[in-house]
Design a protein around this ligand. Structure first.
Ligand SMILES: Cc1cc2nc3c(=O)[nH]c(=O)nc-3n(C[C@H](O)[C@H](O)[C@H](O)COP(=O)(O)OP(=O)(O)OC[C@H]3O[C@@H](n4cnc5c(N)ncnc54)[C@H](O)[C@@H]3O)c2cc1C
Length: 395
């Protein structure tokens, strides 16, 4: 869809300019209105035009092959929180390096924040050839608007062919806005990425239809090709000490965000987050009741501070909060040891944990699908097995 302006009918009243939430309309010298690329085709202007000079038209907007060629390079959004780079940034750099090498292009990291330049050295060591830094007070605490504005401005200026971001609350929060602003597609929650180097296409694989099939999605007519990937889907690459590259500082004039962050509350408090945990003890419907999760907390403690995970069935039953959910609609984890207690092992759970180094399953049903992915399977009642494990660990 695209905004069509009938200049003959336009009376230059400016009503549409003030109604546009994206600053996409302005008045020319003769007061008639014109539209810029920030237009999202939301239609707010059409409603306020008193003379019906604005309308929406369907535009067949295929980028010409030549203009696609102007886009080169693989970009990774280097997510940081409070100046600390997030694990997913390194994982994406590792995968981005592979894609960039196949395409024969640079791998660039995009670092947004305030006072975050010190993160650059670590990004170079993890594979970035170039880093674009936008250091601005409006980016000090994450809010979607300035993050999207900054990333879109960089994309318009430097034209990368691939942009990757973590499917975290921050990545998910702003990257869809970026895709809209730069008028391209976005594939969320990819579990695998590859490239067709001849056609310069990013092959984006993700579960579809409730996880029953894996779909390979391409974005052939628009650039950049944008994807998000959950933490722990890709491995942390080995850093190369002393590796360096080009640091490009971009000065942007960002608007003050409409949303102000008053306070940041850590909802997890003292609990160990399953995302990033080395040891996870997960309870499913087989736990039977919320109070039985105390048993898993005990096992987690006996393991020296493991995280407690949960299947969606346990979360839906209200036994434990959704922060703990592992799986397709929960978190993707890759711990050293994953102990599944009373979890049947449906595909939507498995996609979130089957990359764990060692999987131990405790289930009283010998035919439970979880045993298909388990390295060690214990057929038995978890209420007998887990206390024995705790005793043994304490010994
Ligand atoms: C779109 C979509 C997204 C989904 N996303 C997720 C997701 O992110 N994560 C997720 O987990 N699920 C997800 N699901 C739900 C998923 O399909 C399953 O329903 C869910 O994983 C089942 O949870 P469960 O294994 O705990 O329960 P069940 O399948 O009911 O299994 C309970 C298991 O406990 C065993 N058991 C019972 N008592 C004991 C005992 N005393 N000792 C030992 N074993 C015992 C039983 O033998 C059984 O195998 C999703 C589903 C859909 C459609």
């Amino acid at each position: 869809m695209g905004l069509k302006i009938d200049l003959e009918t336009c009376i230059g009243c400016g009503a549409c300019v003030s109604a546009c939430p994206f600053g996409a309309l302005s008045q020319r010298a003769d007061a008639k209105v014109e539209v810029n690329e920030a237009c999202t085709a939301c239609g707010a202007c059409i409603e306020v035009c008193p003379v019906g000079a604005l309308s929406m038209e369907v535009v067949e907007k295929k980028e010409a092959a030549g203009s696609l060629d102007a886009y080169r390079g693989v970009w990774v959004f280097a997510e940081q929180r409070g100046g600390k780079l997030q694990e997913v940034a390194f994982e994406l750099l590792g995968e981005g390096r592979v894609l960039a090498d196949k395409l024969g292009v640079e791998l660039c990291a995009v670092l947004l924040g305030h006072g975050v330049k010190s993160c650059a050295a670590t990004l170079f060591e993890h594979g970035a050839d170039k880093i674009y830094v936008v250091d601005h007070p409006a980016l000090a605490v994450y809010t979607a608007e300035p993050y999207a504005e900054a990333m879109s401005a960089l994309i318009r200026k430097h034209k990368p062919e691939v942009v990757l971001a973590g499917a975290t609350s921050i990545g998910r929060g702003f990257i869809a806005r970026v895709a809209i602003q730069v008028k391209t597609g976005l594939t969320a929650d990819c579990t695998e990425l590859d490239v067709d180097a001849d056609k310069r296409l990013l092959l984006q694989t993700r579960p579809a239809f409730g996880g029953n099939i894996m779909a390979c999605i391409i974005c052939p007519d628009h650039r950049p090709q944008m994807a998000t990937v959950r933490p722990k889907v890709f491995k942390h690459p080995s850093p190369v000490a002393g590796r360096s590259g080009a640091l490009v500082e971009e000065k942007l004039d960002l608007k003050d965000p409409a949303v102000k962050v008053l306070e940041i509350v850590n909802a997890m408090q003292n609990e160990v987050n399953v995302a990033g945990a080395e040891f996870i003890v997960t309870g499913g419907r087989g736990m039977g009741a919320p109070e039985n999760f105390k048993l898993l907390a005990e096992l987690a403690e006996a393991l020296g501070g493991a995280a407690v995970g949960a299947s969606r069935a346990a979360v839906d039953a209200g036994w434990i909060s959704s922060f703990h959910q592992v799986g397709q609609t929960g978190k993707t984890v890759r711990p050293k040891i994953y102990i599944a207690c009373g979890v049947s092992g449906q595909i939507q759970h498995l996609v979130g944990m089957n990359s764990s180094d060692t999987i131990i399953a405790i289930n009283k049903d010998p035919d439970a699908p979880i045993f298909g992915v388990a390295d060690i399977g214990i057929v038995g009642d978890l209420f007998h097995v887990v206390p024995e494990l705790i005793k043994a660990l304490k010994r």
